[in-house]
Design a protein. Structure first.
Length: 154
C-alpha cells in the first residue's frame, strides 16, 4: 500500500506541475506541438467529461465519493486484487485527486491536451489520461476474469 501512496503522490504532483506550467505559459492561446495532430490549448472545464455541466459542489462530492470507494476497494481484505488491478485503481485515484484539487481551489479543471484536428474529441489533461487508463485496465481484467470463469464452469 505504501508503494501505491507514493505513486498517487507522484502522479498528482506531476499533474499539478503540468497544469501550473500550462496556466503560466499558454493561458491565452495555443501552442502547436505536432502540426495538425497535437496542440496545447488552455481551457477551463467547469463540467465533467466532455464539458457536461453539473453543479460544482455536486461534482466535488461525487469526485470524493468515487475516490473514497476506490481506496476502500484497494485496502479491503475481502478482495485479493492483483498488482495490475491495484495499478488501475491507483491511476483512477491519482487522476481523481488531481482534478479534485482543481475543482476545489480553482472552481474548474485545467484541460490542455488538444487533438481536435485529428479526432473530434474534447480537450483533456494528464489526470484524465490516468483515469481512462485505470478504467481500461480494470475493464480488461473484468473481461478476462469473466471469460476464465465461464470456461471453468463448462
Amino acid at each position: 500500500m505504501k508503494k501505491n501512496i507514493s505513486v498517487v503522490v507522484l502522479i498528482v504532483v506531476i499533474d499539478q506541475l503540468i497544469k501550473f506550467a500550462v496556466l503560466n505559459t499558454i493561458s491565452k492561446g495555443s501552442v502547436v506541438l505536432i502540426p495538425n495532430i497535437l496542440s496545447l490549448t488552455y481551457t477551463q472545464n467547469v463540467g465533467v467529461a466532455f464539458g457536461i455541466f453539473l453543479e460544482r459542489i455536486f461534482l466535488i462530492c461525487l469526485n470524493i465519493m468515487i475516490i473514497y470507494f476506490v481506496i476502500k476497494l484497494m485496502i479491503s481484505k475481502k478482495y485479493n486484487f492483483g498488482k495490475i488491478a491495484q495499478l488501475g485503481m491507483t491511476l483512477i485515484v491519482s487522476g481523481g485527486i488531481g482534478n479534485l484539487i482543481d475543482r476545489i481551489f480553482r472552481g474548474y479543471v485545467i484541460d490542455y491536451i488538444d487533438i481536435t484536428q485529428v479526432f473530434n474529441y474534447p480537450i483533456f489533461n494528464f489526470a484524465d489520461i490516468c483515469i481512462v487508463i485505470g478504467v481500461i485496465i480494470l475493464m480488461i481484467i473484468i473481461i478476462i476474469n469473466t471469460i476464465e470463469n465461464q470456461e471453468k464452469s463448462k
